[in-house]
Design a protein around this ligand. Structure first.
Ligand SMILES: *[C@@H]1O[C@H](CO)[C@@H](O)[C@H](O)[C@H]1NC(C)=O
Ligand SMILES: *[C@@H]1O[C@H](CO)[C@@H](O)[C@H](O)[C@H]1NC(C)=O
Ligand SMILES: *[C@@H]1O[C@H](CO)[C@@H](O)[C@H](O)[C@H]1NC(C)=O
Ligand SMILES: *[C@@H]1O[C@H](CO)[C@@H](O)[C@H](O)[C@H]1NC(C)=O
Length: 210
C-alpha cells in the first residue's frame, strides 16, 4: 500500500517537473525562477541539453515606470512593458524591482523590493507578490501593472524584466530608468577630482615645454 502511494507520488512529481522543464510556461514563470528570472528553456526542447542563452544586443522591448523621482514608501508606480513596433509581440515576461547595481552572477544574494498588484487578466503575481508574470498564452504588445514601494525609502532601484517572444527568443536584464537615483557625492567628487588632476597635469606639461 505504502509503495503504491510512493509510486503514484513519484509519478506526479516527475510529471510536474516534466511540465515545468519542457513547456515554455504558457501560464507564467514558475516560482523556481524568482531569483534568477531565467527561463529554463533547453536547446532543442530536450531536457538533457543546456539552457538556451538570452538574446544579446538591443531589445525591441522596453520597460517603463510612471514615476522615478522621490518615490516614497507606499507610493504606487505604474510599470509597463511594451514593444517598439506593432509587429513585435511578446508571449511571456517576468518583472521585479531590483537594485541597479546588483551582482547578477551571484543570485543567492539578490533582493527584490516592494509588491505588485494586477488588474489585467493577462498578468499574475508570484514570488510572494514581489514579481509579476504572464497568466495567459497570448501575443502581447504592452502590459501594465502596479508596484507599491516598500516601507523603507529605497534608492537606485530599477524594474528588471525578462521578456520572452518564443521558446528560444528571449531577453533578460532589461531595465527601466533608475528609481530614486542617488549618484550624489560618491560619484561626483571623484570625477571632479580626476578632472582637476588632469587639468593640473596638462598645465604642468605645457609649462615644461617652454
Ligand atoms: C536528448 O538529447 C540527448 C543527448 O543530447 C539524446 O541522447 C536524446 O536522444 C535526446 N532526446 C530526445 C527526445 O530528443
Ligand atoms: C499577495 O497579494 C494578494 C492580493 O493583494 C494577497 O491576497 C496575498 O495575501 C498576497 N500574498 C503575500 C504572500 O503577501
Ligand atoms: C497597448 O496595446 C493595445 C492593444 O494591444 C493598443 O490598443 C494600445 O494603443 C497600446 N498602448 C500603447 C501605449 O502602446
Ligand atoms: C546617497 O548615497 C550616499 C552614499 O551611499 C549617502 O551617504 C547619501 O545620504 C545618499 N543621499 C541621499 C539624498 O539620500
Amino acid at each position: 500500500m505504502a509503495s503504491t502511494c510512493f509510486i503514484i507520488l513519484a509519478a506526479l512529481v516527475i510529471s510536474i517537473i516534466d511540465v515545468d522543464v519542457v513547456e515554455p510556461y504558457p501560464e507564467g514563470a514558475p516560482e523556481s525562477t524568482c531569483k534568477d528570472m531565467r527561463p529554463q528553456h533547453k536547446v532543442g526542447k530536450n531536457d538533457s541539453n543546456p539552457l538556451i542563452d538570452p538574446m544579446g544586443g538591443i531589445s525591441v522591448y522596453m520597460i517603463q515606470a510612471s514615476k522615478k523621482e522621490n518615490v516614497m514608501p507606499g507610493d504606487k508606480v505604474e510599470v509597463t512593458i511594451m514593444s517598439n513596433a506593432p509587429e513585435e509581440y511578446f508571449e511571456g515576461f517576468q518583472v521585479q524591482a531590483r537594485s541597479k547595481d546588483e551582482e547578477v552572477t551571484d543570485v543567492s544574494t539578490i533582493m527584490r523590493y516592494g509588491t505588485f498588484t494586477v488588474n489585467d487578466a493577462r498578468v499574475k503575481t508570484l514570488c510572494e507578490n514581489g514579481s509579476v508574470t504572464h497568466a495567459v498564452h497570448e501575443h502581447m504588445h504592452n502590459v501594465s501593472f502596479t508596484w507599491t514601494a516598500p516601507s523603507q525609502k529605497l534608492e537606485n532601484i530599477v524594474f528588471k524584466a525578462t521578456v520572452v517572444k518564443g521558446y528560444s527568443t528571449f531577453y533578460m536584464h532589461l531595465k527601466s530608468d533608475v528609481i530614486n537615483e542617488n549618484n550624489s557625492c560618491n560619484n561626483v567628487i571623484p570625477s571632479i577630482a580626476i578632472m582637476a588632476f588632469a587639468a593640473i597635469f596638462a598645465l604642468n606639461q605645457a609649462r615644461s615645454n617652454y
